[in-house]
Design a protein around this ligand. Structure first.
Ligand SMILES: [Zn+2]
Length: 247
């Protein structure tokens, strides 16, 4: 955990400016919530008036830490612009299945189809908390390159329907391109199914350092143009606004 200070945060604003990003969101994992300081975010906003800086967090299903994270989010809901929801834990409480490369061992001796069903069930459980604005890396389960053998169309459709009914967004995350799967999160087919349901998208690089900010956004822009996504959405105090893309 790192406590928010100007020394920690300002390099992110500098990176954003260099990349000509106008709007960024901090979305630390909820297990690091004790480091988040809204006053420091306000100071950063004052020091960087040319940028929109969103206060966010990523709530996951960490069996050990997320109960406290959920409480913190409920308590600070009105100060947060944006909550991402994600699933990082399957059978083991002590290891995220998306740890690279160690998490791949969690797939050994198990049926990939069962793992996919388990993953999406947990994702729906997380969505049902009502504490989420957008779903992070929706098909993270593919991270190590395991592909389902059965058709998962129904599983995906049910999950997207869950998302649509609650009026949530889905994140397009370039992080997948730097992982073993080397593919955008989520896959093209999921994006198209989501578009069919008029679900809106947020964009992310899931940067774990300011050097990763906006990674592969040029490729993402190409992908979005190719698929026909003409707008993204942003959140201010959980209120969604749609931003048309300049083509
Ligand atoms: Zn995540």
């Amino acid at each position: 955990m790192q406590r928010y200070t100007q020394e920690l945060l300002q390099p992110w604003a500098d990176s954003a400016r260099r990349l000509r990003l106008k709007d960024i969101a901090f979305t630390d994992h909820d297990r690091y919530h004790t480091g988040i300081d809204f006053d420091e975010i306000d100071r950063l906003r004052e020091r960087n008036p040319d940028l929109q800086i969103r206060a966010g967090i990523e709530l996951d299903n960490d069996p050990i830490h997320s109960p406290a994270g959920r409480k913190w989010i409920e308590k600070n809901w009105d100060k947060l612009d944006f909550v991402l929801g994600s699933v990082h834990f399957l059978g083991r409480a002590d290891q995220m299945f998306d740890s690279v490369p160690d998490g791949a061992a969690q797939f050994e001796g198990r049926k990939v189809d069962d793992m996919y069903a388990d993953y999406f069930r947990r994702l729906r459980e997380l969505i049902a908390t009502g504490l989420v604005d957008s779903l992070a890396h929706l098909d993270l389960i593919k991270i190590h390159g395991h592909r389902p053998t059965a058709d998962i169309g129904t599983l995906i459709s049910e999950t997207l329907e869950f998302i649509r009914v609650r009026n949530l967004a889905v994140e397009l995350s370039t992080a997948g391109w730097r992982k073993p799967v080397k593919e955008l999160y989520p896959s093209d087919s999921i994006i198209k199914l989501a578009m069919g349901k008029e679900i809106q998208f947020t964009t992310a690089s899931d940067a774990h350092s300011h050097a990763q900010l906006g990674e592969n956004f040029v490729n993402l822009a190409h992908k979005m143009a190719e698929i026909g996504i003409r707008q993204v959405c942003i959140f201010e105090k959980h209120k969604r606004a749609e931003v048309p893309l300049q083509l």
